[in-house]
Write a protein that binds this ligand. Structure first.
Ligand code: NAD
Ligand code: GLY
Length: 359
C-alpha cells in the first residue's frame, strides 16, 4: 500500500492506495468520530461493493443511501435523498458520510457533508479511475445546474481517501478511458516525464495492468495533492487542473449531462486547448500532435461533437467558473508540461478555432 498526504494544516488527510483496502477497517476507523455512518453510493456500485463495505463497518450503525446512477442525477432532488435518509435515521453532528462510487457520488456526498447540520465528516472511497486520480482529492464538492456544470457547491475536504485498486476490475473500458483523460492532464500541465511514461505504457494502462495503473494513480494523486496544498480554493495555480475543462464542461452541458462522459469531454477539450496553444505559437505542430495522439491512444475523442458550433461554445463558456469580471480565462500550454491560466491571449485565434468547431 502507498500513502500520500494532502497537506492543509489541521485539515490535512491521507490518501491510501492499494489492493484490498475496502476490507481494512483500520484505515477507516481513525476517521470516524462517532458510531453513525452513512454510506452514499449509486445503484450500479451498490450491488458490487456495498455489502463488502458494510461488513468492514459491522461495528458501526450504518445507513446506506443508494442513489440513481449517473451525471444526470447530480442535482438538488437527488441530493435531498441524502438529507432525507440522514434525518430519518436521526444522524447527529458526529455522523460520518462515506462516498462509495465515482465522481458523481463523491461530489454529491461531499456537498451533503458540507451542508448537513452545517458540516459533518466525510470519507472518499472512489471506485472509478477518474475519481481515484482526481475528484476524490482536493475537496471540490457540488452539483450541476441546468445552466452550467458544478455551479452549486463548496470547498470541503474529506478526512481520508481510500483508493482500492481492485474496484477497477469491474469498470467498463469506456470509463477507464475517461479516467485516463485526467491522468494525461497531469502530464500535460505539470510533468513532462510523466507524459513520456504515459506514451510508453498507454496500451497496458488501458488494460489496467496492476503495477502500472497503481503507479499512474499515485503519480496523479501526488501532483493533485501538491497543487491543492499550494492553492486550496483556486485563487491561482489550482486552476491549471482545469486544462480542457472549459471546453469540456461546455460539451457536457450542450450534449446533455451523461451523454458524453466527463472524461471524454475533457479529452476533446484538452485537444482543443492544445490546438489553441499551437495557434497562439506557444506549441509547435509536432507537440500539439503528440498530445492529441496520446489522448486518442487512451480511447478518447479529440474533436468536439458534430453539430456543436462556435456560438454554442461561446454561450456555454460564458458561465465558466474561471470567467472573472466578464472576461474568459483559459488554461493553455506554454510548453508540454507547463500550463498557464490566462485571459491574455489573442481572441482571434480562439474565434478562428471555434469557427470550424462541430462541422
Ligand atoms: P460517475 O460517478 O458517473 O461514474 C461513472 C460510472 O461508473 C457510473 O455509471 C458508475 O455507477 C460506474 N461505476 C463506478 N464505479 C464502478 C466500478 N468500480 N465498477 C463498475 N462501474 C462503476 O463518473 P466519474 O467519471 O467517476 O466522475 C465524473 C464526475 O466527477 C463529474 O460529475 C465531474 O464533474 C466530477 N469531477 C469532480 C472533480 C472534483 O475535483 N471534485 C474532478 C473531476 C471530475
Ligand atoms: N478537478 C479540478 C480541481 O480539483 O481543481
Amino acid at each position: 500500500m502507498q500513502q500520500l498526504t494532502v497537506n492543509l494544516d489541521d485539515r490535512s488527510y491521507p490518501i491510501h492506495i492499494g489492493s484490498g483496502l475496502l476490507g481494512q477497517v483500520e484505515l477507516l476507523a481513525p476517521h470516524i468520530a462517532g458510531r453513525q455512518v452513512c454510506i452514499v453510493t449509486d445503484d450500479t456500485v451498490a450491488p458490487l461493493y456495498l455489502q463488502r463495505l458494510c461488513q468492514t463497518l459491522a461495528d458501526y450503525a450504518v445507513v446506506p443511501v443508494v442513489l440513481p446512477t449517473g451525471e444526470a442525477f447530480k442535482n438538488w432532488s437527488t441530493l435531498q435523498q441524502i438529507f432525507d435518509a440522514l434525518l430519518a435515521a436521526r444522524h447527529d453532528r458526529r455522523t460520518t458520510l462515506i462516498a462509495l462510487g465515482g465522481g458523481v457520488i463523491g461530489d454529491m456526498t461531499g456537498f451533503a457533508a458540507a451542508c448537513y447540520q452545517r458540516g459533518v465528516d466525510f470519507i472518499q472511497i472512489p471506485t472509478t479511475l477518474l475519481s481515484q486520480v482526481d475528484s476524490s482529492v482536493g475537496g471540490k464538492t457540488g452539483i450541476n445546474h441546468p445552466a452550467g456544470k458544478n455551479m452549486i457547491g463548496a470547498f470541503y475536504q474529506p478526512k481520508a481517501v481510500l483508493i482500492d485498486t481492485d474496484s477497477l476490475r469491474t469498470l467498463p473500458a469506456r470509463e477507464v478511458s475517461a479516467g485516463l483523460a485526467e491522468i494525461i492532464k497531469y502530464g500535460l500541465i505539470r510533468d513532462r516525464q510523466f507524459l513520456d511514461w504515459l506514451e510508453q505504457h498507454m496500451p497496458a494502462l488501458r488494460e489496467l495492468e496492476p503495477a502500472l495503473i497503481t503507479e499512474a494513480i499515485a503519480r496523479s494523486c501526488a501532483i493533485k495533492a501538491e497543487v491543492v496544498a499550494a492553492d486550496e480554493r483556486e485563487g491561482g495555480v489550482r486552476a491549471i487542473l482545469n486544462l480542457g475543462h472549459t471546453f469540456g464542461h461546455a460539451i457536457e452541458a450542450h450534449q446533455g449531462y451523461g451523454n458524453w462522459l466527463h472524461g471524454e469531454a475533457v479529452g476533446a477539450g484538452m485537444a482543443m486547448a492544445l490546438e489553441l496553444s499551437q495557434r497562439l505559437g506557444w506549441l509547435s505542430e509536432a507537440e500539439q500532435q503528440r498530445g492529441v495522439t496520446l489522448i486518442a491512444a487512451a480511447g478518447l475523442p479529440v474533436t468536439p461533437p458534430r453539430g456543436m458550433l462556435g456560438e454554442d461554445f461561446k454561450r456555454l463558456m460564458a458561465v465558466d467558473k474561471k470567467v472573472l469580471d466578464g472576461q474568459l480565462r483559459l488554461v493553455l500550454l506554454k510548453q508540454m508540461g507547463e500550463a498557464v491560466v490566462t485571459a491574455d491571449f489573442d481572441g482571434q485565434a480562439l474565434h478562428s478555432m471555434l469557427a470550424v468547431a462541430g462541422r
